[in-house]
Design a protein around this ligand. Structure first.
Ligand SMILES: C[S@@+](CC[C@H](N)C(=O)[O-])C[C@H]1O[C@@H](n2cnc3c(N)ncnc32)[C@H](O)[C@@H]1O
Length: 465
């Protein structure tokens, strides 16, 4: 994201009266508070805030970088701030700490000149947390700005050889337990883990999908996108608003990560003998994969049933997939259909989302290791349903947007032990042309290798009678 000239977003102190911080910093602060106080999703709350305050173009880009960068970098900035504040950070008022984090991000990671970053952030502090706190913020930020990020990391991050997880957690701003889970999923490879963590800190480009039979790739390319790397239906929008693309506006195309496209297409491409008419998406909301599968199914004389437990998310599936899919509100653990009713089943299971951290700046701080056991229980139950829902010879794709081994390989291995007559197949040939898919039989995509979310795919076949 390009930083506009500092003058535009530096300090310009009003001559008298209440301090008036500049709008981008004020809006970024409001977003941080909304995330902390109301559990707001930054990617949903920020566009509304920008709109309400009339921020567009470079101002919107600056505000987004301020807010998202601060949310992503919180782990690193807190380690630096802890060295600059004379009490534990949990004894600093939360709004003051958010102002400090905003200041630290400008000083350590943006190209805002130090004096402008400090002055403008102090102005913000005076307006939102009070005059007296302004002096505290000023003193702390002057210490933060006294060194570069690299110098700070040399001081506050544990040494790599003594504590590799601690080092990566602080220097790449991820919770330690997440670093640990990602390292395990990468087979213990610390260099690859560092690359992945760095990729999580880069905002992904917007990827579109041209839903087959409804929109063509040339239409998206004509709207200024370039072809995706792997999926024949993917186009990457370098800038601009996807809603400005006509095919997206009328639902013939959508926004969808290329990894999500690849795993859905893999299920559709897997060889199947006999009937191939009834497809199921067991956890369909909000409908990205269901829309793609429904479009592919329609072209092959098949029909998709999309199930979703949350009624509002089922409505989103109806909107996204249009008349091409049947949608049912159902708990996948107690399905309303007969066993063996389907030929192909997608289970895109609810998960920690650790594979999509680059998309959701605050998500890494929201999840906790304690979330994993309940999710893996649900994943096992849903995979049981998926395997019972498919006919002999039929296929189940088990998919997560998390590479956490407890949610991926462990769930599949348990299902194979619990359900007789199921075979795990090599999924790699179903992603033709995609390199670095590992030893198989499952597929694990990675942001730092494939430029996609870290989607996991395991392909299971119910043995023919
Ligand atoms: C990972 S998301 C699916 C994303 C979707 N496939 C897409 O591409 O847009 C998982 C979905 O499962 C739904 N879900 C959670 N528990 C469920 C259950 N017991 N039965 C059916 N759906 C469930 C969640 O509400 C959520 O919408």
């Amino acid at each position: 994201m390009t930083e506009p000239p500092a003058r535009r977003h530096g300090t310009r102190r009003p001559r008298r009266g209440r301090p008036r911080p500049d709008l981008p910093r004020r809006v970024a602060f409001d977003l941080l508070r909304a995330v902390a106080e109301r559990d707001a999703y930054a990617n949903l709350a920020l566009p509304a805030l920008l709109r309400d305050h009339g921020l567009a173009g470079r101002d919107a880009a600056f505000t987004t970088e301020l807010a998202y960068g601060t949310l992503r970098g919180r782990g690193t900035y807190d380690a630096v701030l802890a060295a600059c504040v004379d009490r534990p950070l949990d004894r600093v008022d939360a709004p003051v700490l958010d102002v400090l984090r905003l200041g630290a991000h400008q000083l350590l990671a943006m190209r805002v000149p130090g004096h402008a970053a400090v002055a403008a952030t102090v102005e913000l502090a005076r307006a939102v947390v009070g005059e007296s706190r302004g002096s505290f913020v000023n003193a702390v930020l002057r210490r933060v700005g006294g060194r570069s990020l690299d110098d700070w990391l040399g001081e506050v991050a544990p040494p790599l050889d003594a504590d590799p997880l601690g080092h990566l957690a602080v220097s790449h701003s991820h919770p330690r337990w997440v670093v640990s889970a990602l390292r395990d999923a990468l087979g213990g490879d610390l260099a690859a883990t560092a690359e992945l963590l760095a990729a999580d800190n880069r905002a992904p480009a917007v990827t579109l999908v041209a839903r087959p039979g409804r929109a063509g790739l040339p239409e998206l390319l004509a709207a200024g996108a370039r072809p995706g790397a792997w999926s024949p239906y993917a186009a990457v929008l370098e800038g601009g608003d996807p809603a400005g693309v006509p095919a997206v506006r009328d639902g013939r195309a959508g926004v969808q990560d290329e990894g999500s496209q690849l795993v859905a297409l893999a299920l559709a491409a897997a060889p199947l003998t006999g009937r191939d008419e009834r497809w199921l998406d067991l956890c369909a909301g909000p409908g990205g994969k269901a829309s793609l599968l429904a479009a592919v199914a329609a072209g092959r004389g098949a029909r998709l049933l999309a199930a979703e437990v949350a009624p509002h998310r089922a409505r989103l599936v109806r909107q996204a997939a249009g008349p091409g899919a049947d949608v049912v509100v159902a708990d996948g653990r107690t399905p309303p259909w007969a066993p063996g009713a389907f030929d192909r089943v997608l289970l895109d299971a609810p998960c920690t989302g650790l594979g999509a951290l680059r998309r959701r700046p605050e998500a890494r701080w929201r999840r906790a290791p304690g979330d994993v056991p309940a999710l893996t229980r649900l994943q096992r139950d849903l995979l049981g349903t998926a395997l019972r829902s498919v006919r002999p010879g039929g296929l189940v794709a088990y998919v997560t947007c998390s590479p956490h081994l407890a949610e991926t390989r462990a769930v599949v291995s348990d299902a194979l032990r619990a359900h007789a007559g199921v075979t795990r197949e090599d999924a790699r040939p179903l992603l033709p042309g995609v390199p670095d898919l590992g030893d198989g039989p499952d597929v694990q995509l990675w942001p730092h290798r494939h430029g996609t979310d870290a989607m996991f795919l395991s392909l299971l076949r119910r043995n023919p009678d």
